[in-house]
Design a protein around this ligand. Structure first.
Ligand SMILES: [Ca+2]
Ligand SMILES: [Ca+2]
Ligand SMILES: [Ca+2]
Ligand SMILES: [Ca+2]
Length: 421
């Protein structure tokens, strides 16, 4: 084989060259399609082709093109795929010779294969996944896989499109190999609380006619940062609790929410009062915000509490609120009776309305529970007169007669209006 080639090389170097011709055809023409009227173009007669046993000599391209001597034409013998033949080369051509004998001569033929747009830009992967923090700064870049189009020139990849365009844009970088690297650039900050998954489509298009394209899906998971503080459902909560309620009684439940994820939204409740005795009286369940009593409340000591509460997330962000607890009175105090002055001795000629003694009543309860009324039995020559709130005077109501009664034992009864009294 090697020897034959060598022999041929010596032949062509000796033999006369009568001319050359070139054709240009698109790739992918079907078998039997006309490449060129070689006899006509070389100025040869059909009978000379036949008598000269004209044939194609080629070291590598004879499988694609054949010579039909009888018609004097070159025809497609095998479908030509430009991409397989020339890969990325812009100029793709088949070179061969037409050899004739008697006398020996040869012609050089060049068939240029032009590209047709028979390849779409394609991505190796159909999907790319990214995990991007919602705190990523605008301008942050992410390398994307580039697409490949086997065609050349205008039929090759021309541009990329990324949709939707809300948060990301594209940036292309020229590469020494002539291809362009493609980057996704963050244009607008991400917000996990608004959108946790973002799905984008990267489209690569060529410039052929018709235009062809390929797509790749880009899936972005937005990672949480602690950019939201807890928020109480109310700034001020109100509750009431009856005094003497048992320890453990739930007074109220405060609730805060946090828009973040995981530990960034895990809330812990606490009471922040310092200077008063609130923390001795109340306890907040740090997990569920339930406020309960840890001490018995005495209305007579404190009628109202202001509990300051804080909600913390695990990232250290906080909110605060107030819980106002009004203590409800129960009638747990008897009226107290104080005799302010007493004259144990009184003359029988004492005038009517003479003050014998002054009484003050006191009841620690409030409302009806502390509303005190006093009275005495009515078979004595005295009456009880209300002078001011909670002050009574015991005064003479009729003439006294020492000879009839020298001593009175008067019982004053005071009662509040609570139920039970
Ligand atoms: Ca092509
Ligand atoms: Ca193409
Ligand atoms: Ca948070
Ligand atoms: Ca967040």
């Amino acid at each position: 084989m090697k020897r034959q080639v060598l022999l041929f090389v010596s032949l062509i170097s000796l033999g006369p060259v009568f001319g050359q011709v070139s054709y240009s055809i698109p790739e992918e023409m079907s078998r039997g399609s006309l490449v060129g009227r070689i006899a006509q173009d070389l100025g040869l007669e059909i009978k000379r082709l036949i008598s000269g046993k004209a044939k194609i000599y080629s070291r590598n391209s004879d499988q694609y093109i054949e010579l039909n001597r009888e018609r004097g034409v070159l025809l497609i013998k095998e479908r030509i795929d430009r991409e397989a033949l020339c890969t990325e080369k812009a100029l793709c051509a088949l070179d061969f010779q037409i050899l004739l004998e008697n006398p020996m001569e040869f012609y050089t033929v060049t068939v240029q294969i032009t590209d047709i747009n028979d390849n779409a830009p394609t991505f190796e992967k159909s999907e790319m996944n990214f995990k991007i923090s919602e705190s990523a700064a605008t301008g942050a870049k992410f390398d994307l896989e580039r697409a490949v189009d086997l065609d050349v020139g205008i039929n090759d990849l021309q541009k990329y499109e990324l949709k939707p365009t809300e948060n990301f844009g594209l940036k292309l970088h020229s590469n020494p190999d002539g291809h362009k690297n493609v980057e996704m650039v963050l244009l607008k900050p991400l917000d996990r609380e608004k959108q946790e998954q973002i799905s984008l489509v990267l489209t690569a298009v060529d410039g052929g006619e018709p235009q062809m394209s390929g797509t790749m899906q880009i899936l972005i998971t937005v990672l949480d940062v602690n950019d939201n503080a807890p928020v109480f459902t109310q700034k001020t909560y109100k509750a009431t609790v009856t005094e003497n309620s048992p320890k453990g009684t739930v007074v109220a439940t405060v609730t805060a929410s946090d828009a973040d994820q995981g530990s960034n939204s895990k809330i812990t409740y606490s009471i922040t009062n310092t200077l008063d005795n609130v923390r001795k009286m109340f306890y907040v369940n740090e997990e569920n915000g339930q406020v309960s009593l840890i001490e018995t409340i005495d209305f007579e000591k404190s009628k109202r509490f202001q509990i300051n509460l804080r909600a913390n997330d695990d990232g250290g962000l906080t909110d605060s609120c107030k819980l106002i607890v009004d203590v409800l009175d129960v009638n747990d105090n008897k009226p107290e009776i104080n005799i302010m002055s007493k004259s144990t001795v009184i003359s029988e000629d004492a005038k009517l309305n003479m003050v014998v003694t002054m009484i003050n009543t006191e009841d620690l309860d409030s409302g009806d529970n502390g509303n005190v009324k006093c009275f005495i039995s009515d078979n004595v020559p005295f009456i009880l007169k209300l002078t001011r709130n909670n002050f009574y005077n015991l005064v003479t109501d009729s003439d006294l007669n020492r000879e009839r009664a020298s001593e009175y034992n008067i019982t004053v009864t005071c009662s509040d209006e609570g139920v039970p009294s």
